[in-house]
Design a protein. Structure first.
Lengths: 258, 409
């Protein structure tokens, strides 16, 4: 049987910060003496559809940089990221924004919802950008919020929600466009165990039902136990890729005698 | 994206922006938002007051009533008012001309108006100069030059049947000046040794209108023509018309060659443009309002964008395009400035009223500032300009923040 091509393929990607050229903008022409910092060094990684990839490592190991590059938020200094046949390096900034809208759902540790909008309006915002009908936007956002256990909070604004509830709204927002790739940076950082369990179960369902790839960066080993593969990083390099038998929930992981 | 999707996107974004503006104004960012609205409101209010004073100055030489829709006047070189200067060009054969206009079904009334400064002697040989306004009195023409026409027989009897009425309606200011009241006799001194003419005061205006304090005497047109020598060619300075049909304007334009037709809504604005001082006042007010308002809104926009930096970056990260982010904030700014404009217009109208009250109590016998419908539209338009001028600054701000890599910070 022929193996399907990976959804995302990173080949030899490196990312350096602090170079003089990057400090030059229209309003920022001062020259920088900041030394070059290598955040990512010669990383090769392939991610397939339906796969959950965990990303582990200490702070400064390059996890977030890798996630940003996978999502098309940042571009590598060298190397290439090919997403479903498209080299992200060939896309303009506008093109990458469109790419994220169409293919990528992102969950950040700091979820930054719009305080002035209800939970449902926050979730539906990417669908507004896509020009979807109002009825469809409301239905889709309501479904996702109910799936996140927020059925009774859809009209609440973020300041009226707890940190965990806001995080779940942010996750619903990331999933509302049925993305091919979900990027989650510390998605359970603000959540209690039970809610974190519910969110990770949702990620598992997304991977299975949408045949989407999910990449999760976390310091929390039980959270990473849900991954099919675990990428361990240090000093901008991948030190180890482990294939593991994924736990369905973090609770299962914590009960694992191994 | 198809047209339908683009339309849905535009409507959706506008609704999101308006909703966001409302919540920010009432809940999440009240201080900053109201500072912007207040800045625009103050600037627009200032402009409305100063422009109102300009219009007031420009209107002081104009004979008009609130119910008059059109004025037909001879063309002038702009050096002086056509309405009070006897040396200017006048229309001839005005009685039949006005009558022909009044015959139209869509014309409520049409009357020639002659204005002339005359010398009036009251009993006791007390003489004063007043501004005489001659008209063809009609039921619908209830006031002219802020003086009632009650007390004048309709139809100009001296022109129709050589029947001298001697009716004269005085403004409150004229009655005070001449020290006369209803029923008193007056004598008008005629030039070049002609016999003086007898008049009687048939009514004194109650004095509750803007121009009532000015010494004005309203009388039958043909009688004023007779005492000023304007009867030989049946002359008048202008023809005032009240109508329900804007199409009449074209007919009026053809009445006389080299004549100008002014409409109610445009007359005072026209006066502003023709008069240097009011024009300078209004232009200065507009420039100051735009500069102050724009600086206010720019400042608060900068604060707002800085505070929302993380959220804007997140919007970029989840695929909301730069154009959409700009449109979201631009709609908010425009909505905010328009609200500021409306509040500013309301404040300005109150300010004009206060200015007039203060002026009446101190330096003037009448109003010094005027409110016209065009000032309201003008105020809102200036608020819109303030919003539009802020948009390039917003674009620059957004180009500096909301970069995708900021989301993790």
């Amino acid at each position: 049987m022929m193996q399907s091509p990976p959804l995302v393929a990173c080949s030899g990607i490196s990312r350096h910060y602090g170079r003089r050229s990057e400090q030059r903008g229209f309003f920022n022409r001062r020259k920088s003496d900041t030394p070059t910092v290598t955040a990512l060094s010669n990383v090769d990684l392939e991610i397939s559809r339906g796969e959950i990839v965990g990303c582990a490592g200490p702070s400064g190991s390059g996890k977030s940089t890798l996630l940003h590059i996978l999502a098309g938020l940042d571009t590598p200094s060298s190397g290439a990221v090919v997403f479903d046949g498209t080299n992200l390096g060939d896309l303009s900034r506008r093109g990458r924004t469109k790419h994220r809208l169409d293919h990528v759902g992102i969950v950040f540790q700091h979820f930054h919802l719009l305080d002035s909008l209800s939970a449902r309006a926050n979730v539906a915002l990417p669908l507004v950008e896509r020009g979807r009908p109002k009825r469809e936007r409301r239905r889709r956002a309501t479904e996702l919020l109910e799936a996140m256990g927020l059925g009774d909070r859809i009209t609440h604004r973020p300041p009226e929600l707890s940190g965990g509830e806001q995080q779940r709204v942010a996750i619903a927002r990331a999933l509302v466009t049925n993305p091919d790739l979900v990027i989650a940076d510390e998605p359970t950082g603000e959540l209690d165990t039970e809610t974190g369990d519910r969110v990770l179960t949702r990620f598992r369902a997304v991977a299975a039902e949408l045949n989407a790839a999910v990449v999760i960066a976390s310091h929390d080993e039980p959270t990473l136990a849900i991954a099919d593969r675990l990428v361990r990083m240090r000093d901008g390099e991948i030190t180890q890729i482990e294939t593991q038998s994924p736990a369905q929930t973090p609770q299962e992981a914590s009960m694992d005698p191994k | 994206m198809g047209i339908r999707n683009r339309l849905r996107k535009t409507i959706g974004l506008t609704m999101v922006s308006l909703r966001r503006s409302y919540v920010r104004t009432t809940k999440t960012a009240r201080g900053r938002t109201w500072m912007s609205i207040g800045g625009v409101a103050l600037a627009v209010a200032l402009m409305v007051i100063v422009t109102g004073i300009g219009v007031g100055i420009a209107s002081q030489s104009t004979i008009y009533g609130d119910d008059v829709d059109y004025w037909v006047t001879p063309e002038t070189d702009g050096s002086s008012s056509a309405l009070v200067n006897a040396d200017n060009t006048r229309f001839g054969a005005v009685h039949p001309t006005a009558a022909s206009v009044a015959e139209r079904d869509d014309v409520e009334y049409a009357s020639p108006v002659l204005t002339q400064v005359i010398r009036i002697e009251s009993t006791g040989e007390h003489a004063e100069y007043v501004l005489a306004v001659g008209i063809v009195a009609q039921p619908q023409l209830t006031e002219i030059a802020d003086v009632t026409t009650d007390g004048l027989t309709h139809g100009d009897p001296y022109f129709e049947s050589d029947e001298w009425t001697g009716e004269m309606v005085l403004s409150c200011g004229a009655a005070e000046l001449l020290a006369v009241d209803h029923g008193d006799s007056l004598e008008v001194t005629r030039p070049r040794g002609a016999d003086d003419r007898e008049f009687s005061v048939t009514s004194v205006d109650s004095g509750d209108r803007t121009g009532s304090q000015f010494p004005v005497a309203v009388m039958q047109l043909s009688e004023l023509q007779a005492i000023t020598g304007a009867d030989s060619n049946d002359e008048a300075d202008q023809i005032v018309v009240s109508t329900t049909n804007p199409g009449v304007e074209a007919v009026l334009a053809d009445l006389y060659p080299r004549s100008t037709v002014s409409a109610q809504s445009g007359l005072n604005a026209q006066n502003i443009l023709a008069d240097e001082l009011p024009l300078a006042l209004s232009l200065t007010a507009v420039i100051i309002a735009v500069v102050i308002g724009t600086l206010f809104v720019m400042t608060t926009t900068g604060l707002s964008v800085a505070a929302d930096r993380g959220r804007l970056a997140t919007l970029a990260a989840i695929g909301i395009s730069a154009r959409t982010r700009f449109r979201l904030l631009a709609t908010e700014i425009l909505a905010m400035t328009l609200v500021g404009g409306l509040i500013g217009v309301a404040l300005g109208l109150v300010g004009v009223r206060v200015v007039n009250i203060v002026a009446r109590e101190t330096i003037s016998s009448g109003d010094v500032a005027s409110t016209e419908p065009f000032i309201i539209v003008f105020g809102i338009a200036v608020a819109g300009v303030i919003g539009l001028l802020t948009l390039p600054y917003l674009a620059v701000l957004l180009s500096r923040v909301g970069t995708e890599t900021e989301v993790g910070q």
